[in-house]
Design a protein around this ligand. Structure first.
Ligand code: SR1
Ligand code: MG
Length: 402
């Protein structure tokens, strides 16, 4: 039996030995079931159950390449970044992140709370399920994790230490390429355009010089603004949910970057759900998405303002005009980043099933064009309010119906 003193990529049997070796509640277990349940693009995720006690845990391990493609050769130390981000987010936003039981740097894996009683939010949204507490929960997560890891609140030396801890060059490079570069240029073979939309993509993205300038600005902002510890991949596949609870998972892309990247990702992924809802004429569902888009922007701003007054330690942050400038710049970044996410998930390598599973193909093509129209608008004329996001979706839908 391995003693796990040297890294190797585990299979389900190894994971069973692993939990027997490392986790107290599994030490004397007679029968253990282990299933690989991961459906993400990067790592391996196992659900392990002690069949006598019904205790269960999740073991997540990083491999040396991304699961989606061997093209991405990655250091397995990304698991340490992910686990440490989860531990910090758990402190800052209790109840909204799974609990970590073990970080194992040698095996590049962690053991955490099993959240399988909840559903991955994207899966639920593709079935048009709605979640009344989502806007409230996700804005708590955003405000607490973002504001409280920024220079507004943290001692600046402590913050710089954290910036060092969360330097994440490999995963940032994936985003720099897949989010900020490839979707806007025809010369990257990782883009995949749905046949029928080639000309539309050519005109709206590939040949759009005005857009390229704004995308370049956003890319440099992403790379150079160490504003806060961002989750870095906060889409609806990184969220477990049910009618009562919301839990954010998978922060392997965490690094110090602009707050708007996380908020924008949430907004964009809800807009994919809206586009799908419209394709299937799910009126109640799309109304819920609209309300949620509105509430997220509204609640984020209100909670952020209150938390600022409560937690700011930086002297110049007491200045009301500076506070206003800071908040407006987050909202502007949010819009631009939402636009980028909308574009890259339609034309780039990593797509979303909200859109790819729309049938018939004409409806998918329409939904994709709708997302791209809103994407370019968000990047070129960043919105400030939730209402503007909703209007843009409705206008784009009207364009498609002409
Ligand atoms: C190579 S990884 C592709 C995508 O999957 C992750 O979830 C991120 O969104 C990344 O861009
Ligand atoms: Mg992920």
């Amino acid at each position: 039996m391995p003693t796990f003193e040297q890294y190797f990529l585990m299979n389900t049997d190894d994971v069973i030995h692993y939990v027997q070796f490392k986790i107290d509640s599994f030490k004397h277990a007679q029968t253990i079931t282990c299933t690989e349940i991961g459906d993400g693009n990067l790592n391996y995720v196992y659900r392990v159950i002690n069949n006598q006690t019904n205790d269960s845990v999740i073991v997540k391990q990083a491999g040396t390449t991304a699961r989606i493609s061997d093209e991405f050769v990655l250091s397995t130390s990304r698991n340490k970044i992910e686990t440490e981000a989860l531990m910090l987010q758990h402190k800052l936003a209790p109840g909204l992140v799974p609990e970590i039981y073990l970080l194992d740097e040698t095996m590049s894996c962690c053991v955490m709370e099993d959240l399988s009683k909840l559903t991955i939010m994207r899966t639920a949204l593709t079935n048009f399920e709605t979640f009344p507490h989502f806007a409230e929960h996700i804005t708590d997560f955003l405000v607490n994790t973002l504001l409280r890891t920024s220079d507004v609140v943290l001692n600046h030396k402590d913050k710089k230490e954290l910036v060092r801890t969360f330097i994440n060059p490999e995963l940032c490079e994936i985003s720099e390429d897949l989010v900020f570069t490839e979707p806007f240029h025809n010369n990257f073979n990782r883009n995949e355009i749905t046949p029928g939309n080639e000309q539309f993509v050519q005109t709206l993205l590939y040949s759009n010089e005005e857009l390229h300038v704004e995308v370049a600005k956003l890319k440099f902002h992403f790379m150079n603004n160490t504003q806060s510890l961002v989750h870095g991949d906060l889409h609806t596949g990184s969220i477990f949910i049910d009618q009562n609870d919301t839990k954010v998972i998978d922060p392997e892309f965490a690094f110090f970057g602009p707050m708007g990247y996380d908020i924008g990702n949430i907004m964009a992924n809800l807009m994919f759900a809206w586009a799908r809802g419209r394709a299937y004429e799910q009126k109640e569902f799309t109304e819920w998405v609209e309300n949620t888009l509105f509430d997220i922007m509204d609640l984020f701003e209100t909670k952020f303002r209150t938390a600022w007054d409560e937690h700011a330690t930086e002297v110049v942050a007491k200045n009301a005009d500076f506070k206003e400038h800071y908040i407006q710049s987050i909202l502007k970044d949010t819009a631009g980043m939402a636009g980028l996410e909308l574009a890259r998930r339609v034309v780039g390598l990593a797509k979303v099933k909200d859109i790819t599973t729309i049938e018939p193909i004409e409806s998918r093509l329409k939904a994709e064009r709708l997302c791209l129209r809103v994407a370019t608008e968000l990047i070129l004329n960043p919105f400030q309010t939730g209402g503007q996001y909703i209007t843009a979706l409705q206008n784009a839908q009207q364009e498609e119906n002409k």
